[in-house]
Design a protein around this ligand. Structure first.
Ligand SMILES: Cc1cc2nc3c(=O)[nH]c(=O)nc-3n(C[C@H](O)[C@H](O)[C@H](O)COP(=O)(O)OP(=O)(O)OC[C@H]3O[C@@H](n4cnc5c(N)ncnc54)[C@H](O)[C@@H]3O)c2cc1C
Ligand code: SF4
Length: 509
């Protein structure tokens, strides 16, 4: 057998043939290692659909690489050669192939990065850790961008990324004259029989084998395994994205913040799971969205809204993650300590909005941004749930969840646990916001118009109780001060009713 020059380790979220580790290698002399690792599936107990999606996408990627001429060692979860962890699996491959060096693209997660950095010593072997060039802004560039700034705000970073990529730019000016059209993207939606659904792919024999394996090995994990409809190949993920452009993108902007009973996806792309594991390329999809706008197939507020999420928020949260880790994970600005209520797993609650978000999370490993932020996230913050428990829940339950993107969104954006590094104000809202943006309240046993009492929407008393409890921490924030003043104007007996209602509800959790 020819000797192996480099062992190229490809991680489960690096399923791109153009990933830097593969570009640096040579199919004739190097060997690729891809492994379904037990430790990675259980370090938080991931949703069954998420594990199946990734294992199947990895198996299909191995096939894609072999077709490109690579020799791939693919270790399935039930392979006798399966070692459980990255480090053990790599040590096993090193003993078998005796390569000259290991090549790997940098890990997306702090925990894994620590592991990779120990390998040169542990394995007595050079390890080349290459930058992940799928991101438009490197960790170093982001750090340089933050230097000298008193306050970090996504909006300024986003403008920089627009200039850098040339996306939606007319010369040095933003297309249409404005950088950000978010103000147009807050309409409530009506139920529509013709609402597009994300492209569903029938499981092939590879996926069917993975589904059987996941059912056998992770039966006690949260979530429904079937129906399983995610794309697991690059071609199918690209086809799903093209369907989004044709059918949903024109309405994506208008109804970006809307929620509807029985509609899990509305006009969202449902592609973060494909982007985050490497089946789709961020710059390429943004170029396609811009092309749809330029061709008159989608309005500017839709194209700009979409591109802002991908080259703005997605890159920005990654920058913040690497800037702030490892301490960021334990941020707890409000000192919240309440355990996560059981209904985050069971959906057994009378709150129709929370029930809908958790039910579809269990069924689809998906909820869209406003459900994550303003329903489950908002509730957790108002109720004073420990942000670390909230973080572990989000990391486990969504098919697109990886710590670099999930943690800043959860701890920073949704829980304000970083004290305002990521978000300019806490995303705290009473039931009135949910009622304005959804039709959940109409079928809820609680009354969204009542502030206190057993029949009142729990978000209402919890919201005002949150304002009262944290007035010292948030009162200086110009965007929250008005709410503190409003609370102060409530008569003393109303303030007492708020305290009592919130306490009674929290005691019932
Ligand atoms: C508490 C919380 C946790 C989250 N956890 C994750 C996570 O683990 N993984 C993840 O990819 N996104 C996460 N998000 C961001 C966002 O909710 C998801 O990216 C989005 O819902 C994915 O669905 P979609 O593909 O239909 O997105 P769309 O609404 O169609 O948006 C298009 C794309 O924009 C990107 N995007 C949109 N908003 C964000 C954002 N705030 N941060 C980063 N990228 C964004 C995604 O890649 C997404 O696919 C989280 C948001 C919150 C509030
Ligand atoms: S009334 Fe309150 S709990 Fe019920 S759906 Fe509306 S916001 Fe949610």
């Amino acid at each position: 057998m020819a000797s192996v020059r480099n062992l190229i380790l490809v991680l489960g979220d690096q399923l791109s043939p153009s990933i830097s580790s593969l570009v640096a290698g040579d199919p004739k002399r190097d060997r690729v290692l891809l492994a379904e690792l037990h430790d990675e599936a259980i370090y938080v107990r991931h949703h069954k659909k998420k594990i199946a999606f990734l294992f199947s996408a990895m198996r299909h990627f191995a096939k894609e690489l072999r077709a490109l001429g690579w020799v791939v060692d693919y270790v399935t979860l039930d392979d006798p050669a399966h070692q459980g962890s990255f480090s053990a699996q790599v040590a096993h491959a090193v003993a078998e192939h005796r390569p000259e060096r290991i090549i790997v693209t940098e890990a997306g997660e702090w925990r894994v990065r620590q592991m990779l950095e120990q390998w040169p010593t542990k394995l007595s072997m050079p390890v080349d850790i290459l930058p992940d060039e799928r991101f438009l802004c490197s960790r170093e560039d982001f750090k340089a961008w933050t230097e000298g700034r008193k306050q970090l705000r996504m909006e300024y970073f986003y403008r920089e990324m627009r200039r850098r990529t040339g996306l939606l730019m007319d010369g040095d000016q933003p297309a249409g004259g404005k950088w950000n059209l978010d103000a147009q993207n807050r309409k409530a939606a009506d139920a529509d029989l013709f609402m597009p659904q994300p492209r569903a792919c029938a499981p092939d024999t590879v996926t069917q084998a993975v589904l059987a394996l996941v059912e056998a090995r992770f039966a006690d994990h949260f979530g429904d395994l079937e129906p399983f409809w995610f794309a697991v190949t690059r071609a199918d993920a690209e086809a799903a994205f093209r369907e989004f452009i044709d059918r949903a993108l024109p309405h994506f902007g208008d109804f970006q913040d809307a929620m509807l009973q029985g509609e899990s996806f509305l006009y969202h792309a449902v592609i973060a799971q494909y982007l985050n594991c490497g089946l789709l390329d961020p710059l390429r999809i943004c170029t396609e969205v811009e092309a749809a706008y330029r061709a008159g197939k989608a309005p500017l507020n839709a194209a700009e809204g979409f591109i802002r999420q991908v080259i703005g928020w997605r890159e920005y949260v990654r920058g913040i993650y690497w800037l702030e880790m490892p301490g960021y994970e334990r941020s707890n600005f409000f000192g919240h300590t309440r355990p996560l209520p059981a209904f985050y797993w069971t959906a057994d609650t009378d709150m129709a909005c929370v029930k809908a978000a958790v039910t579809q999370t269990r069924e689809q490993a998906y909820a869209h941004h406003i459900q994550r932020l303003m329903v489950t996230g908002n509730f957790a913050m108002l109720a004073g749930i420990d942000p670390h428990e909230v973080h572990e829940w989000y990391l486990a339950v969504y098919a697109d969840a990886y710590e670099w993107v999930e943690l800043p969104n959860t701890v920073g954006m949704s829980q304000f646990a970083d004290g305002g590094l990521l978000a300019s104000k806490p995303y705290a809202a009473s039931g009135a916001y949910i009622n304005r943006m959804s039709n959940y309240c109409g079928s809820c046993r609680y009354d969204v118009k009542q502030r206190t009492g057993a029949a009142a929407c729990p978000f209402n008393a919890l919201y005002w109780d949150f304002i009262a409890r944290h007035r010292d921490r948030i009162g200086n924030n110009p965007r929250m001060a008005q709410m503190v003043r409003t609370y102060d104007k409530f008569p003393a007996d109303e303030r007492q009713r708020i305290t009592d209602s919130a306490a009674q509800f929290l005691a019932s959790l």
